[in-house]
Design a protein around this ligand. Structure first.
Ligand SMILES: NC(=O)c1ccc[n+]([C@@H]2O[C@H](COP(=O)([O-])OP(=O)(O)OC[C@H]3O[C@@H](n4cnc5c(N)ncnc54)[C@H](OP(=O)(O)O)[C@@H]3O)[C@@H](O)[C@H]2O)c1
Length: 244
């Protein structure tokens, strides 16, 4: 695995941090990005380095085109070639139609859909042949509810973008998606700290619990690895069955 690098966006916390740590446990070196949590990113970097792997950290606000351009320029000048990219950074807004402003729509689409597209477009020649790209979608890219419209559209868009790019890059690079269900992270702490909503999710999840970041990371690492060499354009649900 020497010098095999994986780029994980939003690798400073939650699911992305666990993906970054699991990659390092499996022998990859890791580039991670964060937006505002510099200290958390540094903690993640230290955990990876303490496992004997290399780690580089870049700041990038996926909602801001200038910030994105600065990140890409710095990343490319680092000379690091990637064997895998995990488009994980994301935000959730639970807007109803009545409070669905243009600002919410633009921000969510920029972070969850436009930036993953730009990253793949701009780094495609930086990914080694045989490499693998994994996009983190959501059960809400597949099923729907009458709120969080921008989020659902962004995650659904990511699934279809994955299919189109899988065709574009085959056979050199594979592109797949993971669609998590309800996972206990900061993103939905309002949900799993609210007894009523917490039990509602458990009741509706055939596997009868909330997911953890540790449930997602091994699946992402499987898609990054040669064990998934005949899989491209797929979306794997890791949701305890709630999307069925
Ligand atoms: N948790 C769930 O139940 C769940 C379910 C389905 C799908 N997902 C998806 O899984 C992914 C990770 O979610 P999570 O639950 O781990 O979320 P999280 O705990 O809120 O972490 C989000 C990560 O994304 C980064 N980020 C946030 N806004 C950003 C921006 N504007 N620009 C760049 N990076 C930004 C954060 O960095 P900073 O800390 O620096 O802001 C952080 O590293 C997301 O794509 C999410 O949609 C989550």
């Amino acid at each position: 695995m020497a010098d095999k690098w994986i780029l994980v966006t939003g690798g400073s916390r939650g699911i992305g941090k666990e993906i970054a740590l699991e990659c390092s446990r499996r022998g990859y070196d890791v580039v991670l990005t964060y937006n505002s949590g510099k200290e958390e990113a540094e903690n993640a970097r230290q955990s990876i380095v303490s496992q004997g792997r290399k780690c580089e950290v870049f700041q990038m606000d996926a909602a801001d085109r200038q910030s994105y351009r600065r990140f890409i320029t710095k990343y490319l000048s680092s000379g690091i070639r990637a064997d895998g990219i995990v488009n994980n950074a994301g935000i959730y807004r639970g807007e109803t139609l009545a409070d669905a402003t243009d600002e919410i729509w633009d921000e969510v689409i920029a972070v969850n859909l436009t930036t993953p597209f730009r990253i793949i477009r701009d780094l495609r020649s930086n990914v080694n042949e045989g490499g693998s790209i994994v996009n983190i979608s959501s059960v809400y890219g597949i099923r729907s509810d009458p709120w969080g419209y921008a989020y659902q559209a962004s995650k659904s868009g990511l699934i279809h973008l994955t299919r189109a790019l899988a065709k574009e890059f085959a056979p050199k690079i594979r592109v797949n998606c993971v669609a998590p269900g309800f996972i206990r992270t900061d993103m939905n702490s309002d949900g799993w700290t609210d007894e009523k909503f917490k039990s509602h999710v458990i009741r509706n999840t055939p596997l009868k619990r909330w997911g953890e970041a540790e449930d997602i990371a091994p699946v992402v690492c499987f898609l990054l690895s040669g064990d998934s060499r005949f899989i491209t354009g797929a979306t794997i649900s890791v949701d305890g069955g709630i999307g069925l």
